[in-house]
Design a protein around this ligand. Sequence first.
Ligand SMILES: Nc1ncnc2c1ncn2[C@@H]1O[C@H](COP(=O)(O)OP(=O)(O)OP(=O)(O)O)[C@@H](O)[C@H]1O
Ligand SMILES: [Mg+2]
Length: 229
Amino acid sequence: MIEIQNLTKSLYGGGHRVDILTGIDLTVPDGQFVAITGPSGSGKTTLLSLIAGLDSPTSGSIIVDGKDITKLNEDELAVLRGERFGFVFQNFHLIPTLTAVENVLLSAELNGASGAHKKSKDILGVVGLGERLHHYPSQLSGGEQQRLSLARAFVNEPDIVLADEPTGNLDSKNSDRIMDLITELHRVKRATIILVTHEAHIAARTQRTLTMGDGNIVDDVLNSNWKQS
Ligand SMILES: Nc1ncnc2c1ncn2[C@@H]1O[C@H](COP(=O)(O)OP(=O)(O)OP(=O)(O)O)[C@@H](O)[C@H]1O
Ligand SMILES: [Mg+2]
């Protein structure tokens, strides 16, 4: 479970304070599939970065399984990120000098996973890249690169997957395919998934939609049509 209490983030620039997050309270039960939506600049990426421990808040707490991650040092955070979290970034963050299988293997090996090679190949098969193992990122289409970044996020079977606009750069066919995959991985792996999206039809495919506005959550709706298949 993720419990966020009175989370704020302010930055100081040009002699004045900018309040980016203004006191967020949020509880996400284990295994929930959540979308965060809202206008540009409303704080979606900032909130996701704080949950990931990639940025620190001005005040407030983020409790993951009873532990306040805002109190951890960099080493403790690195362990938590490696063992518990998977990340999917909008611009993929793939390593250009490594092939597809090597990109996934790097995440698996960094985490000391036994049978890392087999795991990496298996997950690439799941995302439909079984025939692209030895291609470099530059030799893959945008949709394929995003599927590669999904494989990398899921290879260690994380408990929590954080995805910032995973369909943001893709056409509707590829974006549907990515959502099919995330839905399938959620079903099989039972991870908590928090996904940022601008698009209502993407949010509609999740279990719960949080809408942000001006640095806070302004709407929180459970999708009554959503079914765990
Ligand atoms: N390093 C920074 N310095 C100053 N302001 C920042 C910084 N990072 C973010 N902001 C501001 O914080 C606000 C929230 O940014 P954030 O990236 O979280 O928005 P977002 O909801 O993800 O937007 P988008 O949909 O465009 O990705 C914005 O007004 C942004 O300009
Ligand atoms: Mg953003």
